[in-house]
Ligand binder design. Structure first.
Ligand SMILES: [Zn+2]
Length: 260
């Protein structure tokens, strides 16, 4: 069984329904989803990702900008818990500061390419992830797509260019999904939204994110009713992988997505 967390950086939920996104639409039909999940403050990429992987808000992990510093009070994240359970984890990404999402010597494979500012950058990340996963499926893979956020900063959130880039990423996502073993679980989400040419505020546009999950034992074509926070990602995926959540994690597993 492989679990994949796919991040579409800066994807607003209303973009998923405005742009033509057949892969994401199919994922909604085959899984459980909400278009009203919550980010954390500040709604900035590295603080949000630290919260996604460690299930605590920025006030706890202390990373409040895209400049990483060691945590004052370190706690294990999803990768450390998975590794301690003997699982193999792989990263595929195109924004370099994400190298610090896990401690050293936790990953079985790490593929970084500095191409988030190119239109086809995410496709190259997806191709590499698909190639590796189809040959040697890891227990957990993090696949990060950075081009939609870059396009938002350049042309504006919900601009034609932004929506067009999301459509490209939808195609890249299909490459990854097609490479997965049949019993895989896939979670697709963003870290924050955006407005005008920026994000980072507590506005609804910045703070609302999509959260879609599909796999064995997960309800199909099901719209999640309760609140979901990006803090809930690690506890939910840990549960799917049979890994213990850490006691310091503040998120909760999203119970209502499971059929049993
Ligand atoms: Zn971001």
């Amino acid at each position: 069984m492989t679990v994949v967390l796919t991040m579409i950086d800066g994807a607003r939920p209303d973009a998923l329904t405005t742009a033509h996104c057949p892969t994401l639409n199919q994922l909604r039909t085959s899984g459980a989803y909400t278009l009203k999940a919550s980010s954390v403050m500040p709604s900035i990429t590295l603080p949000c990702h630290m919260s996604i992987f460690h299930s605590v808000p920025p006030t706890r992990h202390g990373i409040v900008s895209n400049d990483w510093t060691p945590m004052a009070r370190p706690l294990p994240g999803l990768i450390e818990q998975a590794r301690a359970a003997g699982l193999r984890c792989a990263f595929f990404y195109n924004w370099e500061p994400l190298r610090n999402l896990s401690r050293p010597e936790q990953l079985s494979l790490s593929h970084f390419r500095d191409n988030a500012r190119t239109e086809e950058g995410d496709r190259l990340v997806a191709e590499e992830a698909a190639r590796y996963i189809s040959q040697e499926p890891p227990d957990f893979a993090f696949v990060y797509f950075g081009t939609v956020d870059e396009t938002g900063h350049k042309y504006g959130w919900m601009s034609d260019q932004y929506l067009g880039q999301l459509e490209k990423v939808d195609g890249a996502l299909a490459l990854v999904l097609d490479a997965l073993p049949a019993d895989s679980t896939v979670l697709v989400q963003s870290d924050h939204g955006g407005h005008d040419r920026s994000h980072g505020t507590d506005s609804t546009e910045d703070m609302t994110i999509p959260w879609l999950i599909a796999g064995p034992g997960i309800r199909q074509d099901y719209q999640i009713e309760g609140p979901v926070s990006l803090l809930d990602t690690a506890p939910t995926l840990a549960y799917v992988m049979g890994v213990a959540p850490h006691s310091a994690w503040e998120g909760r597993r999203v119970e209502e997505i499971f059929t049993r």
